[in-house]
Design a binder for this molecule. Sequence first.
Ligand code: FAD
Length: 419
Amino acid sequence: MHVCVIGAGVVGVTTAWYLARQGLKVTLVDRLEAAAQGASYANGGQLSYSYVAPLAGPGVLGNLPDWLLNADSPLRFHPRLDLHQWRWCLNFMRACTAGRSRQTTAELLELSYYSRELVHQLTAREALQFNYRRNGKLIVYRDKNSLAQGMQQVRFQAALGSQQHGLSTEQCVALEPALAHIAPALAGAIHTPSEEVGDCRLFTQALLDRLLATGQVETLFGTEVLGLRRERQRIAAVVTAQGELQVDGVVVCSGVASRPLLKDLGMHLPLYPLKGYSLDVPLTEDNARTLPGISVTDSARKVVYAPLGKSLRVAAMVDMGTGNDRIDPVRIDLLKKQVRETFPGLDLSGALPWAGLRPATALSKPIIDVTRLHNLWLNVGHGALGFTLACGSASALAALVCGEQPAINLAPFRAGQVC
Ligand SMILES: Cc1cc2nc3c(=O)[nH]c(=O)nc-3n(C[C@H](O)[C@H](O)[C@H](O)COP(=O)(O)OP(=O)(O)OC[C@H]3O[C@@H](n4cnc5c(N)ncnc54)[C@H](O)[C@@H]3O)c2cc1C
């Protein structure tokens, strides 16, 4: 069987990997010139298997007015005359209940733990170089109420296999001395020793290199897919700017562009682009003294810090409705200000800014599913967790393509279950 995977981000490359391991011939197509040039390029670097709670949580609606009115808010909303935007927001708001959030957390934890198992297998067997480390994660809280809510989540997830524990501010600073400066502003922290970090772009490219060496996969970079030609209940060909590609099956892994790609087939994927920003701060001699060695998440500001080899990756913010992935200097200045307030000794003069679009569903769950066209599959909508969930999603999808029973229950990730 010959399958075309559309999109060479982390989701597309892992999908190609697991399809090839099933013995299938794969053609991986991307309109850009290399792998991981979209949302997978410079993300937060967190392999955040135990922090998968959806963005739509029970406390979110109460915080919204504050976030929307405050210029320094982690969330910025640009309203548009766009029915899709308002429908997505409505579905998001409906999902902001404790019950829904717990159900989604449990479903995502099953997928993320499966992903973790596969990442461990891959790193053990393939010796991929992507600044991978199991350095643990500290979520720091700036007020007692948020810490109490965080601890409630810890207790809930303990029953689902997560190993996390609360720390006082003193214990937190003892574990990560780089946090000493903000200690007076902290109420405490939650520590998850098993969390990991890595560079998503390096991972994706290293995995693709291994894959190409097998000879089972060919890549067509710089090749835009314009549409999919349908014949009755199946896809007959992938239509590209360079001509048609005849294949037996197609898996769409095109991130935020999956929605426009499938519109002509009458499929309206419930994906919305949520723009985020990152900074890559080089590890100079001075910076090496100030950098945290553990991953840190500043819960109030929604900023994540990951030490990645010779740099510190800082990622943050959700901008909704901007319609593009341009780097907004105002948001980058705000991010730099927040970094300086947290780690004042850090020299940001060489920091590289980046912006990317998270392909998000309202429930924060990816779609891993076959469509009503029996040789067309979807692996899309990984939102803020694409790096974390990629391997599990890809392996489960590959089983689906081959008519096998996936290792995890995919019912929560059917297209109808995520909006
Ligand atoms: C600021 C930020 C921080 C993040 N931090 C984290 C984190 O710490 N941990 C984590 O797990 N996740 C994180 N994420 C989320 C993660 O980066 C995404 O979920 C993931 O990269 C999505 O991967 P993808 O392969 O679906 O999409 P992409 O990486 O965008 O890949 C899609 C590919 O499809 C191609 N394509 C699209 N349309 C076509 C077409 N018509 N023809 C040909 N090719 C096409 C594109 O060129 C692109 O290469 C973050 C995201 C952002 C923006």
